[in-house]
Design a protein. Structure first.
Ligand SMILES: [Zn+2]
Ligand SMILES: [Zn+2]
Ligand SMILES: [Zn+2]
Ligand SMILES: [Zn+2]
Length: 487
């Protein structure tokens, strides 16, 4: 059984309805809600090459087509290529004015080639000449479809521009009727051209319409080249043909023969920060330095929400009761009160808030809508069909704050209570009972839903305008995977 985090066995219901293990969830300290990758905004913070750790601004990354100019991947196995040096004897050209005495001036010079340590592919295999400098200078192939590609790009840019302007025009009319003044900022995704349009200044619209007018759409043709005559009779040498993934790694050329493989410029990696879509606060923010794996902000659910692990369980049988041993952990630096509940006993979530200000509704219309729809966990659990239920003890469990030094303690405290097996610092083991529906089909997955009510102490300094309370009672629902219903 996977022990560390049990990603497949214990899943939490996110506030958007997704089911995720605790390690894939975030916790917004401002909304006090669990968020997942689907209900947060992902923003690119910085671009860097994972191999040479070169950092670059996004404009430069765009210019370089998100590829590093000095690092390459193997076109055969996609491992990073290494630069190797050899001593090459260079024959200097014979001096034409040197008379009849043949002078051969031999010189050794360091020459460099690219080699894959994984599959032994080298740049010499495909006839790329060795280079005299260790980094850079590798011959670049030009994209044969470059001009068409640029045409398409211009065309779609122009269309997008036009659509944005039309949309904004509609919005402007709508708000002009109401006689309200709108401030338009960068945040609403307005471009300079749109701002000029609103201000009644001439726009560069003529440029975009010209791009649309001069565009020639592609024509489908029924005529294709004939296959070579020997296509069915010629022996196929698989060593000389590229695989599909090798071909698609360079979409511009799609080499069909291994002799046409070319080093692949390494794709850049990004560091991204993640933002809560409801309150706009950062949930994660990495350190800028590409070599650092640390975060400036790291609001992971793993640090804020009680963690539940399955220690063991008895086989689930229809209409019978079985034992379930769970471990609860308080990851926070404050004492936590936990109460186990049935998902249907959770208080209903507050209704969705409609955007109030004009700016907000404009934002909404510009498709920057923030989805605040909260899913009722109980509906989600019902959808997934949990056939078993965990008998939740009435008692409130108190878990001490996290103490890193206590990790080294050997002895756990045995508890005298009926359902607490042991307690140790911020951890607690529970013996619970699972009751399974008599109608559960044997062979079907056995799932049990469980809700937790827990106390949470918010350490965010409250905003001076709106003093927040520091103590909260929060709820979370989780789904335990208990194997399959036995026959
Ligand atoms: Zn939030
Ligand atoms: Zn979510
Ligand atoms: Zn690089
Ligand atoms: Zn390789």
């Amino acid at each position: 059984m996977a022990y560390l985090t049990q990603p497949d066995y214990v899943k939490y219901v996110c506030s958007c309805g997704q089911l995720k293990p605790i390690t894939s969830l975030y916790f917004c300290r401002h909304c006090l809600k669990i968020r997942c990758g689907f209900c947060i905004c992902h923003e690119v913070d910085s671009h860097h090459c994972a191999n040479c750790l070169e950092n670059m601004p996004s404009s430069e990354a765009r210019l370089k087509k998100n590829r590093c100019s000095s690092c390459f991947d193997c076109p055969s196995c996609f491992h990073t290529l290494s630069t190797r040096a050899t001593m090459a004897a260079q024959r200097q050209a014979q001096d034409p004015a040197g008379g009849d005495a043949k002078v051969e001036n031999k010189q050794t010079k360091k020459m460099y080639y690219l080699s894959c340590f994984n599959c032994r592919w080298t740049s010499r295999d495909v006839g790329i000449p060795d280079q005299s400098v260790a980094s850079g200078g590798w011959p670049e192939r030009t994209n044969p479809f470059l001009s068409r590609y640029n045409q398409l790009l211009d065309y779609y840019k122009a269309i997008a521009q036009q659509e944005k302007q039309e949309k904004l025009e509609r919005e402007r009319k709508k708000f002009a009727i109401r006689g309200k003044y709108i401030t338009l900022t960068d945040k609403t995704g307005l471009t300079g051209a749109m701002a000029r349009n609103i201000a009644g200044l001439p726009t560069s619209e003529s440029g975009s319409s010209a791009a649309i007018a001069s565009f020639t759409p592609s024509q489908a043709s029924a005529e294709v080249d004939e296959l070579p005559d020997d296509v069915y009779t010629k022996d196929v040498n698989l060593k000389q043909i590229t695989s599909m993934s090798q071909r698609l790694a360079s979409p511009e050329w799609q080499p069909s023969s291994v002799s046409r493989l070319h080093p692949l410029a390494k794709l850049l990696s990004i560091k991204r920060s993640q933002r809560c879509r409801v309150c706009d606060h950062n949930l994660t923010k990495p350190e800028y330095n590409p070599g650092s794996i640390k975060f400036k902000i790291e609001l992971l659910a793993y640090y804020h929400v009680p963690e539940v692990k399955i220690i063991s369980y008895e086989t689930v049988k229809p209409g019978e009761k079985s034992a379930l041993l769970l471990k609860l952990t308080n990851p926070t630096g404050h004492e936590m009160q936990i109460q186990l509940m049935q998902p249907e006993d959770l208080p209903p979530v507050e209704e969705r808030e409609e955007p109030k200000s004009i700016e907000k509704s404009l934002e909404k219309s510009l498709n920057l809508e923030k989805d605040t729809s909260s899913y009722r966990a109980i509906e989600r659990v019902a959808e997934l069909g949990s056939s078993s239920r965990v008998t939740a003890p009435e008692a409130t469990l108190t878990l001490a704050q996290r103490d890193d030094a206590a990790e080294y303690d050997d002895d756990a405290q045995q508890d005298t209570s009926d359902f607490i097996l042991w307690r140790k610092s911020n951890k607690l083991a529970l013996r619970l009972e699972v009751t399974t529906d008599a109608a559960a089909t044997p062979g079907a997955p056995a799932r049990a839903a469980l809700a937790l009510q827990y106390s949470y102490r918010n350490t965010v300094p409250p905003a001076p305008a709106a003093p927040q309370q520091a103590h909260h009672t929060l709820y979370t629902t989780l789904l335990l995977d208990l194997g399959v219903v036995s026959g």
